[in-house]
Design a protein around this ligand. Structure first.
Ligand code: NDP
Length: 313
């Protein structure tokens, strides 16, 4: 017989655990599946210094462990497992875990997050947390008065480059085409910033460094007659080439925007299906901050509680 639960939460970042804390305290007996990256994206950042309440900062790993303990303290059943399928066509909703376990649930809170895109170079893994980062807001502070590169030519890359330019002594923006895709206003700010140098038609070949990142190998006009390879001495290598929301498994039932973010009703975490909520980065193309995700997890749990008690859709 399939298991039946009142409130199923999938994903274990700040949104998932905050939803779990609130749902557990509301007597919804939540079951939370941790997903592909237990603890979410924060477990791979170095230190979090912008989450309110930690004046000395906190390691991402420690903060997620604390959130997990807090969720468990109030009775959340935290389990290992990944959602591999779902059927949201009828109530109770059916969610398949690891292709074998089916859970039926009266309400579902989707907090599966988003994953930053990487170039796919083996060196990105090697120097992850030692110079390579996909979040300038999280890690930029460690690069004060240092030299960094930002890869990408969209609004995120420009935003990250400008943010880093307020800290670092030099920022190279590595753009693979001969133009930036970013909005004109962001481009103007980047091109006019004295600390930012834009390198167009440029791709990254690899990274180097003894223990931590010391530099990168780049190529300009790859494969063309004017091809030129060069190295840059850098302390930080930031990726800003987009994020992929982890929504694929739900797409058949829930509308997403053109980039795959689950659409929610403005100002809420409600989706088009009553009793199904989406919180955190999987539904947030704009902010992607832990504190915002935690806030939306709280909203989702309150909305789930109201839905289950028939006090609101
Ligand atoms: P985008 O998809 O807009 O841009 C991604 C950038 O990364 C592009 O320049 C792309 O290059 C480049 N890129 C992708 N893959 C690679 C690769 N393998 N190697 C090198 N470069 C690569 O993503 P963003 O995250 O910048 O923006 C997402 C959405 O969010 C956009 O709609 C944006 O406008 C919006 N946004 C708005 C902000 C604001 O208004 N303040 C701030 C941040 C984002 P190419 O152009 O060659 O494809």
């Amino acid at each position: 017989m399939n298991e039946k639960v009142k409130c199923l939460i999938v994903g274990s970042g700040p949104a998932g655990y905050t939803a779990a804390i609130y749902a557990a305290r509301a007597n919804l007996s939540p079951v939370l599946y941790e997903g592909i990256q237990p603890g979410g994206q924060l477990t791979i950042t170095t230190e979090i210094e912008n989450f309110p309440g930690y004046p000395e900062g906190v390691s991402g790993f420690d903060m997620m462990e604390d959130l997990k303990k807090q969720a468990q303290r109030f009775g959340t059943d935290v389990r290992r497992g990944i959602v591999t399928d779902c059927d949201l066509s009828n109530k109770p909703y059916k969610v398949t875990i690891d292709s074998e376990t089916e859970v039926e649930t009266e309400s579902l809170i989707i907090c599966t997050g988003a994953s930053a895109k990487y170039l796919g170079l083996p060196d990105e893994q090697k120097y992850n947390g030692k110079g390579v980062s996909a979040c300038a807001t999280c890690d930029g502070f460690f690069y004060r008065k240092k030299t960094v590169t930002v890869v990408g030519g969209g609004d995120s890359a420009c935003e990250e480059a400008l943010y880093l330019a307020g800290l670092a002594s030099k920022v190279y923006l590595i753009v693979r085409k001969d133009y930036l895709r970013a909005s004109q206003i962001m481009q103007d700010r980047v091109f006019n910033h004295p600390k930012i140098e834009v390198l167009l038609n440029t791709n990254t070949l690899g990274l180097f460094g003894e223990d931590v990142l010391e530099g990168g190998h780049f190529v300009r006009f790859a494969g063309q007659s004017e091809e030129e390879k060069f190295d840059l001495a850098i302390d930080g290598f930031f990726l800003a080439i987009g994020h992929t929301p982890n929504s694929a498994v739900f797409k058949h039932f829930l509308p997403t925007d053109e980039n795959g973010y689950i659409k929610t009703i403005w100002g809420t975490t409600r989706t088009t299906i009553p009793g199904v909520f989406a919180a955190g980065d999987v539904a947030d193309p704009n902010y992607r901050q832990a504190v915002v995700a935690a806030g939306s997890g709280c909203i989702a749990a309150i909305e789930a509680e109201r839905y289950l008690n028939n006090t609101c859709l």
